[in-house]
Design a binder for this molecule. Sequence first.
Ligand SMILES: [Zn+2]
Length: 273
Amino acid sequence: MAENKQYRCVNCGKPHSALFKTYGPSVLKLTKCDKCKGIVDKYIEYDPVIVMIDIVLISKEAQWHVLYNTEFKSYWKLFIILVMVETYGLWRRDSLFNIAVDSFCGMQNGSNNNTFFNTVVPEIFKNKCWAWEQQSRSSNNDLFIMEKDFYVQFISTFSGIVMFILTFHGLMKLTKPASSRYDVSLLRVIKGFSLANMSVLFTLPMLVWGNADTSQETKTIHYLLVFGYSFMVFFNVFTVVYGRGGARALAASAALRFLASFHVTPALRTYIL
Ligand SMILES: [Zn+2]
């Protein structure tokens, strides 16, 4: 039998060549893992809804199943849809990123004698605030301008994600232990990213039902909770993908991601769009 070990055991990650064996038209037997003695992938018998629920509950087994043992190919569609959701939040000035930028840039307008802002924050950050101001759109209700703004935010979000994936992949490659047999392809990382990025969908309730009456505090708490959850999902998915945790690499990449977005939007508004 040709050994093509493309599948993984969802319990221990050991590569396997088959998930089940068929004994006739209606009899099949799930493969057992010789390393951990468990069933290689119990999820192939489960309903997709159950798999989805386990994904939401951050089950590593379900993540192994989706990333390695399924025929799921629509990662690109998922990727683009999730970028659109994130863009929508940015475009409405309704996201954790906007709250952070607003409070950061608010220090500038708050008072001239704000010594922290004037001395600690470098000029390169301070003069980017104009692009993120709330008024920059509300004074102009032109549909074309609003549509253009959506493209700007889309490119900005997308650049942030590219920055995030490349930084994280680079850091994980740099810190890879010599003994590690995991050789992770960028494609696998992008798949993992798309899967983990589904946590963005939890911002939707606020984007859909939140309105002018929703207090800033409620929004901040909601988005902070989603961010914390998101961080855990990313940490777990990337642990599955790389075979080891990378909390510091993840935090560094996330920071760089938001820095990239923070700078791309003003650049686009100035030079191109
Ligand atoms: Zn196993």
